[in-house]
Ligand binder design. Structure first.
Ligand code: SF4
Length: 342
């Protein structure tokens, strides 16, 4: 079914993460006469140091390639997958197979909404042990209901012919045969396409970051019913486990201090130093008794600028009834505070 000049262009969705591989896949597919729509998934586990996050990077790439750009939020599904992954975790808390299945199921729905014929991904055969082995690529296709409809241009020549290739919608001769963890093939393509800037070259997912995963494991241990708000808190500040039912999060800079305040929910207590003292904002979440409150004050004051010969005064506000009390911090025991750090 070759296209003629009169035929309407075939539509395909490209999953654009903002990482290198999907960017290269997009550049490769632009050579073919296909109407590409870039799709990006928003998740609370995205790690990107660039301003605006990964969606920003993917949006910029879409702009460069003149592609329509759409985002879909899969936070709820990812939260459930992290709590109980059907196919287990990778080397950290990354449920990669479940994650790919979630994305592709949502893509399938999106494809039928816009009338797209197939989907393109930047996956590279054998690059990631948990999701890119041949049989796992097949499993994901089957589970997502997209058998034969996922084209992986970077590795297509190493994989079975897809339906769009069989139908002549895509020229298989222009597809590549990259395989494995070496990024040599991708680096050559970067030069060929003249790409100067790409965010998250090796992908950016907090679920593969051991520090983030330590906090996540603590959350799962003490609060199995955690919500998106709890996950967003994991991305901010220093975390302290004061007792099995109480956690303290202390901002590390002004931006984190205000971000913490945006995440305060009913039942939380907010700590901050008295006006004349420079120091962090903190949130205590959970059941707090008197001695916990004092310990939280001690920890917050540890990160305040000290007034000479005076105890640090910390204001404690209860978010439920907005009452505030001021507590003074005695000398802080550094070793104890370190022990409570998550
Ligand atoms: S690394 Fe993270 S974003 Fe990537 S597939 Fe695994 S869970 Fe999903």
């Amino acid at each position: 079914m070759a296209q003629t000049n009169q035929s309407p262009k075939v539509k395909a969705v490209i999953l654009l993460s903002g990482g290198l591989d999907s960017t290269l896949a997009a550049y490769l597919m632009q050579k073919q006469s296909i109407d590409l729509i870039a799709l990006n998934f928003i998740s609370p586990f995205c790690l990107c140091n660039k301003k605006g996050g990964c969606a920003h990077g993917a949006r910029e790439i879409s702009k460069n390639l003149n592609l329509e750009f759409v985002t879909i939020d899969n936070s709820d599904e990812m939260l459930e997958a992290v709590k109980k992954p059907k196919y287990g975790y990778g080397s950290n808390m990354n449920p990669c197979l479940d994650c790919r299945i979630i994305m592709l199921k949502k893509t399938k729905e999106f494809m039928s909404e816009i009338g797209a014929s197939f989907v393109i991904t930047g996956e590279v055969l054998e690059q990631r042990p948990m999701s890119q082995k041949r049989h796992l690529l097949r499993l994901v296709e089957k589970e997502s209901g997209l058998e034969g409809l996922i084209l992986r241009p970077l590795s297509a020549k190493m994989l079975d012919e897809t339906i769009p290739e069989k139908q002549g919608l895509v020229d298989r001769a222009q597809m590549l045969d990259i395989c494995g963890r070496s990024r040599k093939g991708q680096i050559e393509l970067v030069k060929e396409f003249g790409i100067n800037d790409y965010p998250c070259p090796a992908g950016g997912c907090l679920l593969t970051d051991p520090n983030f995963c330590r906090r996540l494991k603590d959350l799962m241990k003490y609060n199995a019913q955690f919500t998106l708000n709890d996950v967003l808190l994991l991305k901010l500040g220093r975390h302290f486990r004061l007792n099995p039912e109480l956690k303290l999060i202390v901002g590390r800079n002004e931006l984190e201090n205000s971000s913490l305040l945006n995440l305060v929910k009913s039942g939380d207590s907010v700590f901050r130093p008295k006006e004349e003292i420079a120091g962090p904002t903190a949130i205590a979440r959970g059941k707090m008794v008197c001695q916990d409150r004092q310990m939280a004050v001690n920890i917050v004051s540890r990160y305040c600028d000290k007034l000479e010969n005076e105890p640090t005064q910390i204001i404690v506000e209860d978010s439920q009834n907005n009452t505030g009390i001021t507590l003074e911090s005695p000398r802080v025991e550094e070793g104890l505070i370190e022990k409570l750090k998550i």
